[in-house]
Ligand binder design. Structure first.
Ligand code: FNR
Length: 190
């Protein structure tokens, strides 16, 4: 079977390392995964005032999450936490109350930073948020990328063989995780 993966890039930067990382991950993913970006740029800041009449951007976001078998977050760390634009998108997807679009969606969290800890603290914050939203998460392997721009091509080509192998391994594990969560007949279920 083919699984639809909706992915979020947590950066709005035109030169985003995380967008390059997302391209690399998509290139290295198993053929059974089909990727669609879920855009976050045009969302207004969420307010409960929208709950009675969700604007088209909010509805489109929820529909895109609901139409995905799995969700992948590729995000920077801002001030040791989740970038505001991404957190805003998650808040939109979680509401109106009782219609949380993330519930039971298998998720993966990865990120890149020029710094040494490679978004580890953002990812830890994300795990708390996604747990509250009842989204199962791939626990391991963890992907904390200390981003070296020279190691990637514009189109997401990964020049370093060991990084390439590691990212391929992650995507294979992520694909198997999505399958496991959705399919009781898949390996991993008893
Ligand atoms: C950062 N950056 C950063 N890096 C990090 O490793 N930990 C952090 O807490 C922060 N905090 C932070 C806050 C803000 C507001 C900005 C703009 C940046 C640096 C960040 O990792 C770097 O700008 C990356 O290039 C951001 O990822 P993208 O946009 O290139 O994908």
């Amino acid at each position: 079977p083919t699984y639809k993966i909706g992915y979020f890039v947590g950066s709005l930067s035109s030169t985003s390392f995380n967008r390059t990382l997302a391209k690399a991950l998509i290139k290295l993913a198993p053929d059974t995964l089909e990727f669609n970006e879920i855009p976050i740029r045009d969302l207004p800041l969420y307010s409960q005032d929208f709950d009675d009449n969700y604007p088209p951007e909010g509805r489109a976001l929820k529909e895109a999450i609901e139409a995905s078998h799995g969700i992948l977050f590729v995000s920077p760390e801002y001030n040791r936490s989740i970038p505001g634009a991404l957190k805003n998108a998650i808040d939109w997807g979680s509401r109106p109350w009782g219609t949380n679009s993330f519930a039971r969606k298998p998720t993966g969290i990865v990120g890149a930073s020029p710094g040494g800890i490679g978004t580890a603290v953002m990812q830890s914050s994300m795990r708390g948020v996604l747990s509250f939203l009842d989204a199962p998460q791939l626990n391991a392997p963890e992907v904390y990328i200390s981003f070296k721009p020279e190691a990637y091509g514009e189109d997401g080509e990964v020049k370093d063989e060991s990084t390439k192998g590691f990212l391929s391994h992650y995507m294979a594990e992520y694909g198997a995780f999505v399958e496991r969560v959705l399919d009781v007949n898949a390996p991993g279920h008893i």
